[in-house]
Design a protein around this ligand. Sequence first.
Ligand code: M6R
Length: 609
Amino acid sequence: MCGIVGYVGEREALPFLTEGLRRLEYRGYDSAGVAVLGPSLRIVRASGKIAALADRLRTEEPNGTTGIAHTRWATHGPPSEANAHPHADCRHRAAIVHNGIIENYGELKGELAARGHRFASETDSEVLAHLLEEGLQAGKSLADALASALNRVRGTYGVVAISEDHPGRLAAARLGSPLVVGIGRDEYFVASDAAAILGHASGVVHLKDGELVEASAEGYVVRSLVSAPVDGTVERLEGTVAGLQKNGHPHFMLKEIHEQPDVLRNVLRGRVDMEAGTSILGGLRDVGDRLASLDRLSIVACGSAYYAGLIGKRMIEEWAGIPVEVDVASEYRYRDPIVTAHTAVCAVSQSGETADTLAALREAKRKGALTIGLVNVVGSAVARETDAGIFTHAGPEISVASTKAFLAQVATLALLAVHLGRRRGLPSASARAILSELERLPRLIASVLEQAAAFRTLAREYGAERDFFYLGRGYGLPLALEGALKLKEIAYVHAEGYGAGELKHGPISLVDAAFPSLVIAPRDSVYEKTRSAIEQIRARGGRVLALTDEGNADLDGLAAQVIRVPHVSEALFPLVGIVPLQLFAYYSAVQRGLDPDQPRNLAKSVTVE
Ligand code: M6R
């Protein structure tokens, strides 16, 4: 989704701004622009990729030590140069970049137009530039002018403003859309994603909702939008610039798939107590009493995180005996969920900024639930707004398609299930067996990755298919859903994830020689049932690609192809079984000439509802 970077200091702003935009490219966008103060305001924008903007900047290079930049993912008004940010006021003296949505923009636009403001775009964001202009013309400071503009709007924002009226300063604020302030020496950075400031800033302040920062080369002040100064806690900036590079891989997605053995080691590091037969989750320590009296757990999440939640549900019910419901976050808040004093709501999210997940979490909080965040990005809104939390330690995930973050979520949910289980009578021997198997998995996942070339061949064989079923039962069902999502989102192949047992209740009518099925069929407790589904497909002339475990020759001859992964216990199968599905989707996209890192219409972090 849209990306923001800003700079104020003593160096030229443009090199940082353009590098920052490149680092945010992965989030998805359709136009880009920069505004630099030096001392007059210069704005350069382009529709399309950052390369198009870079071409323009070669001839129109704006100089100055204060600047803002933006990658836009169209919501109001199509992708075009006019709709690209930054947006200027009527005087062309002030400019803003904005992430989020201004819900009452129609009403504000009408009012502003009646007062003589002229609009140059179809965006909702532009009203902010004109509201800012009114404050500046009334003689307000940049921060006060921004605050009074924001006090007029309903909606969400991460916004940064600069103006010729206040050279050498920038002001930025957030409400529902992430913004961080990077602290340098005599220079300050703002960004919607810490990736943009890695290697530049020594520390970082994560702005909270309703906070505003004003910065110049002399320093910065964080205050609330209603003006009282607040403590902007400076935190260590996590991550390395190396984590933002492909390290020899053609795409981030492939790099991230290959990182999974290490990711799993990181998830487990320091969290396995084999002697006591339990998992140590420090982030839950303070809420131990409430966990002890839990009678229901709700998991809220979107996309891949939701599928990870479905796997977590089965583990928690099986090992801890706690009833778990899993909701698509966008549905949760609108269905009047039942929350009691003994309900915990766990938000699962890579970014920790997904608008739907945050809204569900806030609804749960409002109703009195204990809230738990299972999050990758440290300092994100979910991490800050929950009562307790567990980080998934996947490291920065750049590719839009979730791979290592999904694996880390499933593994972290396994640790949570063991943790809750041990409080509810899961025998230490059973917990030890689960934990020691988890510790063996990085090696097994690495062995699947060694077969990557075979998945390239398979993707070629299925390269002309337009439709796919992904079928599974038990732990295989969420895996089927996640596998189908991967193929859809990056290879643009219509893939339906379905319960193998549901096939005969309708979807089987679609099966023919041109509608292949990938069936997840490890030798688990429902294997015979899954096998029957394969028989049913074969009987109708359907082609089957089966995923099973090593040593199972039973499907040879029945399935057209068989993928084998090392045998693991039923509950942990998704952690190994997901890898071939990720590789198959990745190579399917590449084979179709698509860029798997930047699928069309998609954004990495969905910060609008
Ligand atoms: O950052 P989150 O984990 O909250 O994101 C949730 C989904 O938007 C995300 O998993 C999405 O479905 C991915 N594109 C899947 O690959």
